[in-house]
Design a protein. Sequence first.
Length: 629
Amino acid sequence: MAQAGAAIGHETVAGGHEAHGGFDFLPEVMLLLLVAVLVAPIFQRIKLTPVLGYLVAGVIVGPEVLGLMRDEQIVVALAELGVVFLLFTIGLELSLERLMVMRRLVFGLGGLQVVLTGSLFSLIGTGVGLAPPVALILGFALSLSSTAVVLQLLTERHETGSRHGRVSFSILLLQDLAVVPLLVLVELMASPDGSVTWVVAEALAKAAVVVGAIVVLGRLLIRPLFRVVAGARSPEAFTALALLAVLATASGTWAAGLSMALGAFLAGLLMAGSEYRHQVEADIQPVKGLFLGLFFVSVGISLDVKPVVDQPGLVAAILFGMIGIKAVVITALTLAFRRPPAIALRSGLLLAQGGEFAFVLIGLAVGQGVVADAVAQPVLAAVGVSIAVTPLLELAGRRIAAALERHGQEVPAAGLAVETEHLAGHVLVAGYGRVGQTVARIVANQNIPWLALDLDASHVAEARQHDLPVYYGDASRQEVLKAAGIDRARIVCVTLNDPHAAAGAVRAIRTMSRDIGIYVRAHDLAHSDALRRLGATEVVPETLEASLQLAGRVLQAADVPQQAAQIIVEDFRRDRYAGLYGVEDAEGSAADREQAAALERLRQPAANAADGAAGRGQALPPQDREGSA
């Protein structure tokens, strides 16, 4: 071993120049890290998305301006990993079950978007004199949007699960799937003598086998492997396994001619329902953010500004034509799928740009001699500029949507049913006032899907401005409850301030479902008793709870030990709720007797504290178990 080490050391010294040559990429890597360190804080401070900063920084350090990047292939390789990790984390937020629920949006809305926009762009291309094969490739390349940019913007604003986020993601997912046949199309045009049917069938069969193998092997291997590694209690091994799962599935789809991002997305779907999902997401998050930043820098580096300078009119025409047509088509299709105008318009503007796969498709077509480089460059320049202005399009869509939704109007039951068709196992909140908002916020923080109904237009309008799933509707009407997916809901939480409205909601909910849990906020014990008789599962009287919490604070302020105060209050609460639920047991349960014994052990310190307080001239409130709540 020593001799081997000496030999290696000698080789390194003797061949120092050659050994050093293996690290020639370090200047580029350090430059990219410097860009990441500087850009993100600056743009966050000025209230702009870091995506725009990375794109601008890429243009500056790229060959067209400062020319600091000597080897762009390194940047491209690192950037691809950014998209891979992004799609993996998106998959983690979904599951195969939720994806099946979204199939109408994915294959219906997404499929129509690709076909219609690609066909329109192809017709325009032939109209301006391009050969049909060239127009077809360029047209469908422009029909694709930027998965990385759009999903990053949605993630930054925590809107991947919002209404327009679901629409946008469904379209993007279908676009990523469409890349495979489009790549096959380019190859066929480059080799017109090949059998079209055979090539397409072979590609589809290979894709089906690979995806099926990943799903089956993932279900059989991923969870057991994570269970074994988690049992070893090694954070490093756990993180390594998470990275291995992502890269292995991405490599599998890439080897089959599919997108690496698709493989990573499948890996995320397989992990979504596991108990290790949150830890995996936390481990991957820093890696994903770094590589994704490099992706946006690479897009900026790859932008060729020469066509913009030499042919500004042509590039501008392609740019505005692409954004305008895609925005109109996507908005119209989203409306046709019975989404509200605000959501349709916001989705249309968010997806109006060109995508990173346009560079792949058009680059392949140029390399195969199907598209001339002089024709491709203005199109690629327009795509690059459109990606750069995506944050501005998103901002415009958000503001227009907020203006459209400023007046919260009731969503018809049929429209509500369409908007909530993706929900299953959600919490339905009836009433979005102060209590309902607190419940919804806590539920959302645990990544539990939820939906709220309210009859206060101001509450609905304010929530809609933040794209929260709050709808104007009466929770006592069965058609509204059905549209809100009560048959798929996990729990209903009634927080209505009006006692009559709360009673009507509980009555309607229990009529529609005998099994669902109904948790209700009540005003007092009398209201609680009425709600229990109507079928509420649990009732929390706010006056009783508020008074109990206040009493506990008073006891502690009066020098009663904290634990003794808690037991006293809990004892009082149990007696009051026992009366509410009709529980009377003279002997008491084992838990009651245990708690009574614990209380007795603490009564002496409490009594001593009371004596001390009395000696100081303080007065303690009497512990009257029969007193008013």
